[in-house]
Design a protein around this ligand. Structure first.
Ligand code: ARG
Length: 463
């Protein structure tokens, strides 16, 4: 038996305090102190409501209010002594409140439980992160729009299988990421609106017999409404899972873009130059300039997926309502949030600073017979050939150019005619990459006119 005294908050039926190992596995204060301001905001709203409903008298409510402000300033000022014996942020705050104001502190927990308290605190914390993610995504999208607008008509190779496919524009490529981050933005907003219900007042699991006003606390904390089922309210972590899955999908987009930047900044590609501010050097090879930020962004997705998977596993077998397993939700979310925000900020900085190398992009755009499809389309449009025949004829011309060691526009008209005698001089118009991209005016296509239209549309979307 431990000679420690029983827990002051819940130890009434305990003769002895917890074993050191019990305390170690049980405590969450090491990490949930990050929710201190949310915890105090929740307690302030709860106390004000207890006063307004006459459950507590005004004198006690005022003492609690002032005491909580003192606790908050101690935590913010770094003078608060967090205690592992007091398990978590909720009991640390309440115990300190008791030191400061005495008996009224013990009345704060009327009509409330740590189960609805932790759900409320955590929701407030996650909601702030959704808001931060929204701001970061808007900024990143704005940075991409600037890149897209500047290079709306810069030609570059478009790839499939990382093989040159058809010429596209730099602006079009940037706008592809705007679409991805735009969907992330919409997922953030959607998840945030769905999660914005207040668990406070669900109490332990069944609600309470005190005449509390859940509308009032919900409103004070910026929630749209109180949650409608107390069992669900204390055991729901969907909001954390939606946060992690939204972060996961966005991190996957960041990672794909980061991978392109790693490839594009290589000496072999030279499509982009990353700024010194977002690159690092090698301690042995003086010539090196490494895209470390892009590589780390590419890697961050791993831990964010990991957090998502971990919390899915934690939650999957839990019976209603609260179980202590759920305390394992926070570290995953904290780590994923920190790294998601960092990755977004780093990508934002890299995109704002990077320079697209217009000449390298253009030189690569015409290589690899990238206008072969334009040639086939010309045979269909001008000579009226079926596309399959046009494809075959073009293929034979690509083979000819390959043996000649030249590109398609370098073949002579006579050489062209060996594949089909109807081919005329006009074919050379469609073989330039500029004409190729300019011709792709279908909605959402790579033509500079389309890219500029999409830039304008997105500027309004994010305004
Ligand atoms: N530290 C706990 C958590 O994060 C708070 C809730 C504890 N509730 C309880 N009944 N033990 O989940």
């Amino acid at each position: 038996m431990s000679d420690k005294t029983a827990n002051a908050m819940w130890g009434g039926r305990f003769a002895a305090g917890p074993d050191a190992i019990m305390e170690a596995i049980n405590a969450s204060i090491g990490f949930d102190q990050r929710m201190a301001s949310q915890d105090i905001a929740g307690s302030r709203a709860h106390a004000a409501m207890l006063g307004a409903t006459g459950i507590l008298d005004d004198k006690d409510v005022e003492a609690i209010r002032e005491g909580l402000l003192t606790v908050l300033s101690e935590i913010e000022g770094g003078t608060f002594a967090f205690s592992t014996a007091l398990e978590d942020i909720h009991m640390n705050v309440e115990a300190r409140l008791k030191d400061l104001i005495g008996e009224p502190a013990g009345r704060l927990h009327t009509g409330r439980s740590r189960n609805d308290q932790v759900a409320t605190d955590f929701k407030l914390w996650v909601r702030d992160q959704f808001d931060a993610a929204e701001g970061a995504l808007l900024s990143l999208i704005a940075a991409l729009l600037d890149q897209a607008e500047a290079g709306a008509d810069w030609v570059m190779p478009g790839f499939t299988h990382l093989q040159t496919a058809q010429p596209v524009t730099w602006g079009h490529h940037m706008m592809a990421y705007v679409e991805m981050f735009g969907r992330d933005l919409s997922r953030v907003r959607d998840a945030r609106s769905r999660m914005n219900e207040s668990p406070l007042g669900a109490a332990a699991l069944a609600g309470t017999s005190f005449p509390i006003d859940r509308q009032m606390t919900a409103g004070a904390l910026g929630f749209d409404r109180p949650s409608a089922n107390s069992l669900d309210a204390v055991s729901d972590r969907d909001f954390a899972l939606e946060f992690l899955s939204t972060a996961s999908i966005c991190a996957m987009h960041l990672s794909r873009f980061a991978e392109e930047l790693v490839i594009w900044s290589s000496a072999q590609f030279r499509f982009v130059t990353l700024s010194d501010r977002f690159s690092t050097g090698s301690s042995i090879m003086p010539q090196k300039k490494n895209p470390d930020a892009a590589e780390l962004i590419r890697a961050k997705v791993g831990r964010i997926y990991g957090a998502n998977t971990a919390l899915m596993m934690v939650m999957k077998g839990l019976p209603l309502a609260y179980s202590k397993d759920m305390q394992e939700d926070k570290e995953q979310v904290f780590d994923a949030a920190d790294n998601w925000m960092l990755a977004l900020a780093a990508m934002d900085g890299m995109v704002r600073d990077m320079t697209a190398n217009r000449e390298s992009l253009a030189a690569a755009a015409g290589s690899g017979f990238s206008t072969a499809t334009d040639l086939a389309d010309w045979l269909v449009r001008v000579l009226g050939l079926p596309f399959r025949d046009a494809h075959h004829i073009t293929g034979s011309l690509v083979a000819l150019a390959e043996t000649e060691g030249c590109d398609l526009p370098d073949l002579s008209l006579d050489q062209m005619k060996t594949a089909h005698e109807g081919i005329t001089e006009g074919v050379f118009d469609v073989l330039t990459v500029e004409n190729s991209v300019a011709s792709r005016t279908s909605y959402g296509g790579t033509a500079p006119t389309q890219v500029r239209a999409q830039v304008a549309r997105w500027r309004e979307v994010i305004a």
